[in-house]
Design a binder for this molecule. Structure first.
Ligand SMILES: Cc1ncc(COP(=O)(O)O)c(C=O)c1O
Length: 440
């Protein structure tokens, strides 16, 4: 394209030419325009024309306390005056030490390894688990188990435990596919079977798999309580209790991927805490920095750490990323944790959730809604439709009503920032209902 034409192009057109957008078929943007966002404040995003949209999915589940949150912003400004970055190999700094100590106190897992995104955290947990077994003299334990419809990111290693065909199929030859056991998704319970009994049945299937394959299995990887990318599939905490017991019995690590469900999303600070279990690895990202900066962490036990602690370099965990433990990102995470304490967020969220659930009653009772469900600050509604492109059309209808919503298949869901107030909740439900009626 000639320079002059390029200069006259809108931001959206320039983006289509220069930016390869994630999770997108770029050609679709010929007819579905990108949304040019100029700024954000609280639960609202503002486009370049000044039009506002309620960010009802927290910008892919990362934003906890609203856009431009002043407390996190102030911490970052302060950190910018001190240290923007230093490599974490051979160096350390206060934000990473303080964050690691805080996370250890919150989870009982005393060793934190850092990366920048969720998929990298999955990679690290998989590598650390397999390397642990190698270091303790059991190198044959190198296979993994995931749950049906599980999602753990899209790098080649993370795809090995991600059971979503659309994301994995094209890379089949590259991916060392893991075993998949049935998902305890309560919606899949047979008629008359309760969620807890369905969880028990699925745990039996896990047991049958482990009985046969434990000698070659390093870890079970799961999203505790809600498989978000599967369409907010929720399960009973009993599954986590039983999975923990089975992993103990068969000497298999339990990896809790709390990347989406951590930091209060399900009502507790971490979802696995509702089952009163301690995983061997916890993966964190998304809400870790309140949605400000890319950071992920893998927390693990003394037992795992000790198996790497040696005079021999090759027995160490040599994985690294250039931005591992970035001080700005760690400061944002510390400020996020401060907000949880300062504002008693978990208690406040219970009140927010009650209000939003009450407002959502007409949606729950809508004749096209099935399996309405809620846990903590997650609401999901399966919509009866025979239109395969329901999600795309609903997204467009919601945008017209000032709402950022992206259904997953036929599942419409809300995952708003925790600072959503009653007026914004009403805006959300009214707009979601109107968009539903406008989208057959
Ligand atoms: C449970 C879970 N794990 C891992 C990931 C991957 O995180 P990222 O997109 O930061 O790579 C996601 C992203 O949605 C997720 O929901």
């Amino acid at each position: 394209m000639p320079e002059t034409a390029r200069a006259n192009d809108t931001l959206v057109q320039r983006s289509r030419h220069a930016v390869w957008h994630p999770c997108s078929q770029m050609k679709a943007h010929e007819s579905q325009p990108l949304l040019p966002i100029a700024r954000g404040e609280g639960v609202w995003l503002y486009d370049t024309e000044g039009q506002r949209y309620l960010d009802a999915i927290s910008s892919w589940w990362v934003n906890l306390f609203g856009h431009a949150n002043p407390h996190i912003k102030a911490a970052l400004v302060d950190q910018l005056d001190r240290l923007e970055h230093v490599m974490l190999a051979g160096c350390t700094h206060a934000p990473v030490v303080e964050l690691s100590e805080r996370l250890a106190a919150l989870t009982g897992l005393g060793h934190a390894f850092y990366a920048s995104d969720g998929a990298s955290a999955t990679e690290i947990a998989l590598k650390m688990s397999a390397h642990y077994w190698r270091n303790v003299g059991r190198p044959q334990k190198s296979r993994f188990i995931g749950l049906a419809h599980g999602y753990h990111g899209e790098t080649v290693g993370a795809l090995s435990v991600t059971d979503i065909a659309l994301f994995r199929e094209a890379y089949g030859p590259l991916v060392r596919v893991s075993a998949t056991v049935p998902s305890p998704d309560a919606r899949a319970a047979a008629p008359g079977v309760s969620a807890i009994d369905h969880a028990r049945q699925c745990a039996q299937a896990l047991q049958a798999h482990l009985e046969q394959h434990h000698a070659h299995t390093a870890a079970l990887v799961l999203e505790p309580l809600v498989q978000c990318a599967a369409g907010m599939a929720m399960h009973d905490p009993e599954y986590l209790r039983l999975a923990r017991a089975l992993c103990d019995r068969y000497d298999v690590h339990l990896v809790a991927d709390e990347i989406a469900v951590g930091f209060g999303r399900t009502g507790s600070l971490f979802a696995h805490q509702q089952a009163q279990i301690r995983p061997d690895f916890v993966c964190l990202s998304k809400g870790l920095t309140g949605g400000f900066l890319a950071l992920s962490a893998v927390l693990t036990t003394d037992a795992v750490f000790d198996a790497f602690y040696d005079d021999d370099t090759a027995r160490g965990f040599l994985h690294s990323h250039s931005y591992t433990g970035n001080p700005l990102a760690c400061r944002a995470a510390l400020a996020t944790l401060e907000l949880f304490e300062r504002d008693n967020v978990l208690a406040r969220n219970r009140v927010t959730a009650e209000h939003l659930s009450a407002l959502a009653q007409p949606l729950i009772e809508h004749p096209r809604v099935r399996d309405a469900r809620q846990l903590g600050m997650i609401w999901a509604f399966d919509v009866a439709t025979d239109q395969p492109d329901f999600a795309r059309r609903y997204h467009a209808a919601a945008l017209q009503r000032g709402l950022m919503l992206r259904p997953i298949g036929r599942t419409l869901y809300f995952m708003p920032p925790y600072v959503i107030d009653d007026d914004a909740s009403r805006w959300l439900v009214d707009g979601a209902l109107a968009a539903l009626d406008a989208t057959p």
